[in-house]
Design a protein around this ligand. Structure first.
Ligand code: PEP
Ligand code: MG
Length: 595
């Protein structure tokens, strides 16, 4: 079918990166970018009064949107996810933020946009100077609130006012934060066209989890598309066909229907085990980050949750016992919904993509290399303790494992294990039920961890390889930067050698070793992973059937032979070609686009 994509029709073809698979056919709705330049405009006293009214209305509008969002997220994902919006509502109600902006509009006779931006900037600078991490992070919320209010002042449609949509749209926008993506209404938003971001950004991962096809890295796509354009968005190949002619549209509809049929056929695999043709049993689990996604995991036949990303549970503030209750409550539900299978809960991996990108460059200049993952948890011991206690307590309701992100040294593991010990001891002292033998594992996603995997194997119970970050750090390719996305090659020889090293270290140490990065969701790469020695894969729920189907059609002996041949080749290109040829020879035709 790809051969049928023409480049000579009226609208043309935009090319980006396939960020979430699937085909969406519909009308575009363009949302203006998150940051339009804010300029100072002088006003007369009468105009300034009108600016005050406009500002008050925008604040009220933002408040209404946030309340609606909070309620929807609360009913769809649970109380803990709704807290992000609760915090933002409180900021909106802050009298000094409002009062100072009004004073500035009147005092200096300026436009509302500029006055609000100046006041918010001052607030954020204060947060930053206070040093406390929790307080600093309040800056992110203030920023998000500002974007919402500015958007209303600008009269633009942003994510906020999509609740009123009553038609299906393909959203085109410069960028979308992971929390905005999670708040999308999947009934009406059928596709996403994003200027920024790579295939393994958290926004892409969330879109995949929600089953919304997405193309990212379109650079200026949101400016080249117009609201109302009829487009075909192909989240596999990363292309958007603008205003296709009738014949082309017919072909796309056919392809979409065929893919839907293939998905229905694959769902028949749900009850069948992931076992290779020659009898090797593979455990296929699901990566999720919202409680609701346990339904998807079950629907696609996951054998447990191999990665629960807990970033949405980042709880700010100093009431740690309240935070512990939220953690516990969420994990207990998670465990109960996943029984009889197990759940791997990853402790907070804040920072990185979650780090606030603050105005005027006051953010961590290089968040991926900054205070993220286990580094952040070890510096915020009270919050870490609350999360650990929540996890250990959930262990008394079902099978739980705890996973530490971004580990780069044995010291970090020992320190974290010390914190887990302390959390256990305190629960025992208080007579609170918990599981004292929750297995402790680490993400292998920092190159240093690969090189000392043999040592780390003495310290932990399991490894889970995070290829998204590992590839980012090994190949020096920012996973969120679309301009280097072409260099994000999971089958690069350096990556394969590192993966082999980890699998061997795990095997020698008698550890369970899995892969939970997006690489495992690509059926062809998944075969290579099996051949390298990984017998557990955790992927986004919708990818499970495709990976399972490949596993069931390939003998392990062949997977090993493919991996061995790949390890002997020089370039990513050679490996990709060879792996594809060898595996596709064993599969039916529709595999050109994985999933
Ligand atoms: C990874 O890095 O591969 C991973 C699974 O974690 P995340 O995508 O959440 O960083
Ligand atoms: Mg990671």
């Amino acid at each position: 079918m790809n051969g049928a994509i023409r480049t000579d029709h009226r609208g043309g073809v935009l090319r980006g990166i396939g960020a979430s698979p699937g085909i969406a056919i519909g009308r575009v709705l363009v949302l203006e970018g998150p940051r339009t330049p804010i300029v100072r405009l002088d006003r007369t006293p009468e105009q300034a009064e009108r600016e005050v009214v406009r500002f008050s209305r925008a604040i009220r509008g933002a408040w209404r949107q946030l309340r609606a969002l909070r309620d929807r997220v609360r009913s769809e994902a649970g109380e803990s996810y709704a807290r992000v919006f609760e915090a933002q509502i409180l900021i909106l109600k802050d009298r000094s933020l409002f009062g100072e902006t009004v004073n500035l509009i009147r005092g200096e006779r300026v436009n509302a946009e500029w006055a609000f931006h100046s006041v918010v900037g001052r607030f954020i600078r204060i947060f930053q100077s206070l040093g406390d991490q929790d307080v600093k992070e309040r800056g992110t919320d203030v920023e998000d609130v500002e974007a919402r209010v500015q958007s209303i002042l600008g009269g633009g449609r942003r994510i906020r006012d999509l609740d009123g949509l009553d038609e299906e749209v393909i959203l085109a926008t410069a960028n979308l934060s992971p929390s905005d993506a999670a708040a999308l209404n999947r009934r009406h938003v059928i596709g996403l066209a994003l200027d920024f971001g790579g295939a393994t950004s958290h926004t892409a991962i969330i879109a995949t989890g929600m089953g919304i096809p997405a193309v990212s890295g379109l650079r200026d796509g949101s400016r080249r598309l117009r609201s109302g354009d009829r487009v075909v968005l192909d989240g596999c190949s990363g292309t958007i066909v603008v205003e296709p002619d009738d014949e082309e549209l017919r072909l796309w509809h056919e392809r979409r229907d065929r893919l839907a049929q293939r998905d229905r056929d694959r769902s028949a695999l749900r009850e069948l085990p992931a076992v290779t043709l020659d009898g090797s049993r593979i455990r296929l689990m699901a990566n999720i980050e919202l409680l609701d996604e346990t339904l998807d995991a079950r629907r696609w036949g996951a054998e447990g949750i191999g990665l629960f990303r807990s970033e949405f549970l980042e709880i700010r503030g100093s009431d740690h016992s309240a935070a512990e209750e939220i953690h516990f409550d969420t994990y207990r539900q998670l465990v109960e919904r996943t029984r009889p299978h197990e759940v791997v809960i990853r402790t907070l991996d804040s920072g990185g993509e979650h780090e606030p990108v603050l105005v005027d460059g006051r953010a961590d200049a290089n968040p991926a290399l900054g205070m993220r993952g286990i580094r952040h948890s070890l510096k915020n011991r009270e919050s870490f303790r609350a999360q650990l206690r929540g996890i250990l307590r959930a262990g008394s309701h079902g099978r739980v494992r705890v996973l530490l992100p971004m580990v780069g040294s044995v010291e970090e593991v020992r320190e974290a294990r010390g914190a887990i010990r302390e959390a256990s001891e305190s629960l025992a002292r208080e007579g609170i039920p918990f599981d004292p033998s929750v297995p402790v594992g680490i993400m292998i996603e920092v190159p240093a961890a690969v090189m000392i995997a043999d040592r780390l194997a003495h310290e932990v119970d399991f490894f889970s390889v995070g290829t998204n970050d590992l590839i980012q750090y090994v190949l020096a390719v920012d996973r969120t930067n679309e301009s280097v996305a072409f260099l994000h090659r999971p089958l690069h020889p350096a990556i394969l050698r590192m993966l082999r090293r980890v699998a061997e270290a795990g095997e020698r140490g008698g550890l369970r070793v899995s892969v939970c990065g997006e690489m495992a969701a690509d059926p062809l790469a998944a075969v290579v992973l099996l051949g390298l020695g990984f017998s557990e894969l955790s992927v986004t729920p919708a990818a499970i059937p495709g990976v399972k189907e490949v596993i069931r059609r390939v003998p392990m002996s062949e997977a090993r032979s493919i991996a061995a041949e790949a390890l002997g080749l020089d370039t990513a290109g050679e490996i990709e070609d060879r792996v594809r040829d060898r595996i596709l020879a064993l599969l039916p035709a529709e595999y050109a686009c994985p999933i």
